[in-house]
Design a protein around this ligand. Structure first.
Ligand SMILES: C[S@@+](CC[C@H](N)C(=O)[O-])C[C@H]1O[C@@H](n2cnc3c(N)ncnc32)[C@H](O)[C@@H]1O
Length: 245
């Protein structure tokens, strides 16, 4: 393994504001980590944690936790938070499908999902971070009124998310089809550019964003999503609009 990667793993583990699958902190983040009652905001699949750090600088009255499985990437954000003396930031190495074991019901106020892997193939859809499989987990940890912010370059993942919200009868609060070309887009959407976002912009991709709440997510309806999605796929194959993969 590259020397720099090993060095980053070791430094990340030693930082005071980093955590590794911290199941023992479930329900105790306010009390034991941040030592205040300020809202907790998560960035899922945070990579280098650009949003975690930028939002923490902009909103010192909130607490931010970047979560990813790769600590050498999170090292970048963790170091920046340390260098800037940010005491409202943490980074945790963890897997997303364990999120409801890491936070207690209602412990989280807001979630950012930034440029997750799109898992384009139909059969991989359940790995998409906006799939109902994940939304049901997010709902468990979110406070009533908690919001999800989702930014992506992927037309397929964005369309999938919109269709799914429609199926769930959830009306998004914000929908942006081209963040960087809209003069009225929120400054934090335009001014913060993640590592992957920069790569995608260079390739000429447009950046999409949506914000929605899960208060109206009905368990029964969400549980039926996969059957509905499979039926939609079969319809598209029959109409020759998809190969079905
Ligand atoms: C395409 S990158 C985006 C990183 C960053 N948000 C950005 O925009 O630059 C996706 C990130 O999600 C992380 N990731 C993917 N699946 C994950 C999972 N199941 N649990 C935790 N992290 C995951 C990867 O390690 C990677 O850093």
């Amino acid at each position: 393994m590259a020397k720099q990667k090993l060095k980053r793993f070791a430094e990340f583990a030693d930082y005071p504001h980093t955590f590794d699958f911290a199941y023992e902190l479930q329900g105790k983040w306010h009390q034991e980590v941040f030592k205040n009652n300020n809202p907790i905001v998560l960035e899922l699949g945070c990579g280098k944690g650009e949003y975690t750090v930028a939002l923490a600088q902009e909103y010192p009255e909130k607490n931010y936790i970047g979560i990813d499985i790769k600590s050498n990437r999170m090292w970048v954000g963790a170091k920046k938070a340390l260098d800037n003396n940010l005491n409202n930031v943490g980074f945790m190495r963890a897997l997303m499908h364990r999120i409801s074991e890491l936070f207690a019901p209602g412990e989280v106020s807001e979630i950012w999902i930034t440029f997750p892997d799109p898992f384009i193939r139909h059969r991989s859809a359940k790995h998409r971070l906006t799939h109902t499989r994940f939304l049901r987990l997010y709902k468990q940890i979110l406070k009533p009124g908690g919001v999800i912010n989702f930014k992506t370059d992927s037309d397929e993942l964005f369309a999938f998310t919109q269709n799914m919200l429609q199926y769930l009868n959830i009306t998004p609060e914000v929908v942006e089809f081209n963040v960087h070309e809209n003069p009225d887009a929120e400054p934090m959407l335009k001014n913060v550019c993640t590592y992957y976002e920069t790569l995608f912009l260079k390739r000429g991709k447009t950046i999409k964003f949506t914000r929605f709440k899960l208060d109206n997510l009905q368990e029964e309806k969400a549980a039926g999503f996969e059957v509905w999605f499979e039926n939609e796929r079969l319809k598209m194959v029959a109409e020759g609009k998809s190969t079905g993969l």
